[in-house]
Ligand binder design. Structure first.
Ligand code: MG
Length: 292
C-alpha cells in the first residue's frame, strides 16, 4: 500500500493512495487509527482493514484537493547513517571537510539523529535563509520505516521489522556539521528533514536493493546510485542500531546518501534560496522541496 498523511478541509488524516492516485481517507473505518505511527504499530491487521476499505471505496479524494504532509512523525528522532555509500565516503574524505575522521570508509555504521522539529512534508519550503554560513547541502536518501520494534534484532530477522519505505532529504549545514563534531546541530535545523511523499509498504517492492536513489537540483541530476551500493545493508543497520537502542514502530532510518552532494564539488555547490531539490527512489516516490 501507499500510505500518506494529508490535510483536507483543515483536518489531518491518514490515507491510502488508490489505483488512480486518489487518496482514500482511512478515517472512514472508525476502527482504523488516526495517526501513521498508530497505524504502523497495529501492523498487518490494520493494513488488512485499510486494504479492504480501499477496495470497497475506491473513489477517494482527488489528489489535487489534499495537501500531503510528512507521512510520519516518529516517536524518536530520525536515525541516519553517515558515509554509507563508498563513492560518497570518498568524496567526503576528498573534500577535506571532516578533518577529525580517521578513515574514509568506516568499520562500523556511523549513526546520528535529526531532531523531530526538523521534519517537513513534500512541497514544504526548506528555509536555507536561516543558515548564516551559506553551506546548506542536500543528501537524498532511502528511508526505512520500522514496523515491529525491538532490541537486539538479528540481521537475519531484520526484514520482518521493516514496515516500508519512504524518501528522506538529510539536509545539512556543512559548516555546523564540522564545527560541532557531532552531526546533530548541523543536521537538525528547522525544515532540514523533508520526508515523503508517502510510505510504501515492504510488500510493494520486490527488491529494495535494486532500486535507485536520485537527487536533482533545479532539474540537474546530482546523485544517482542503487541501494545495492550501501556499505552497511538495511539488515546490518537494524541489527547495529537495535543492539542497544529500542526501535519503536514508525521509527525512520535514513540509510545514507550516494556521491554527488554539494560539498563533493570543487568548489562546493551548496543550496541557495530559490532552488528546487527533488529526491526520488524508484517505486517509493519523488520528494520535491523548494528552498527559500
Ligand atoms: Mg545523510
Amino acid at each position: 500500500m501507499k500510505l500518506v498523511t494529508f490535510e483536507h478541509r483543515d483536518e489531518t488524516r491518514v490515507g491510502a493512495v488508490n489505483e488512480v492516485g486518489d487518496v482514500v481517507d482511512l478515517a472512514a473505518d472508525p476502527a482504523l487509527p488516526r495517526t501513521m505511527v498508530d497505524l504502523v504499530a497495529q501492523g498487518e491487521p490494520a493494513l488488512r482493514r485499510a486494504r479492504a476499505l480501499v477496495a470497497e471505496d475506491s473513489r477517494g479524494i482527488a489528489a489535487d484537493d489534499v495537501r500531503l504532509l510528512a507521512p510520519i512523525r516518529p516517536r524518536n528522532n530520525i536515525m541516519c547513517v553517515g558515509k554509507n555509500y563508498l563513492d560518497h565516503a570518498a568524496e567526503f574524505a576528498g573534500s577535506g571537510f571532516d578533518a577529525s575522521q580517521q578513515q574514509a570508509v568506516p568499520e562500523h555504521p556511523v549513526v546520528f539523529t535529526k531532531a523531530l522539529s526538523s521534519i517537513i512534508g513534500p512541497g514544504d519550503r526548506i528555509d536555507v535563509s536561516a543558515d548564516d554560513t551559506a553551506t546548506t547541502d542536500y543528501e537524498g536518501e532511502l528511508g526505512v520505516v520500522i514496523g515491529t520494534g525491538g532490541t537486539k534484532i538479528a540481521a537475519a530477522d531484520a526484514w520482518d521489522h521493516v514496515y516500508g519505505y519512504t524518501v528522506v532529504n538529510d539536509l545539512t549545514v556543512r559548516a555546523l556539521q564540522r564545527q560541532h563534531v557531532q552531526f546533530f546541530i548541523g543536521k537538525s535545523a528547522a525544515t532540514y528533514c523533508p520526508i515523503g511523499p508517502q510510505i510504501v509498504t515492504r510488500d510493494e517492492i520486490e527488491d529494495i536493493t535494486a532500486v535507485w536513489v536520485r537527487t536533482r537540483v533545479n532539474g540537474e541530476e546530482r546523485q544517482a546510485a542503487p541501494v545495492s551500493d550501501l556499505i552497511f545493508s538495511i539488515p546490518t543497520l537494524i541489527a547495529a542500531i537495535s543492539a542497544t537502542v529500542l526501535l519503536e514502530p514508525g521509527d525512520v532510518i535514513a540509510t545514507g546518501t550516494p556521491a554527488g552532494v554539494g560539498i563533493g564539488f570543487d568548489p562546493p555547490r551548496y543550496l541557495e534560496p530559490g532552488d528546487v531539490v527533488e529526491v526520488s527512489v524508484d517505486g517509493v516516490g519523488v520528494l520535491t522541496n523548494p528552498t527559500g
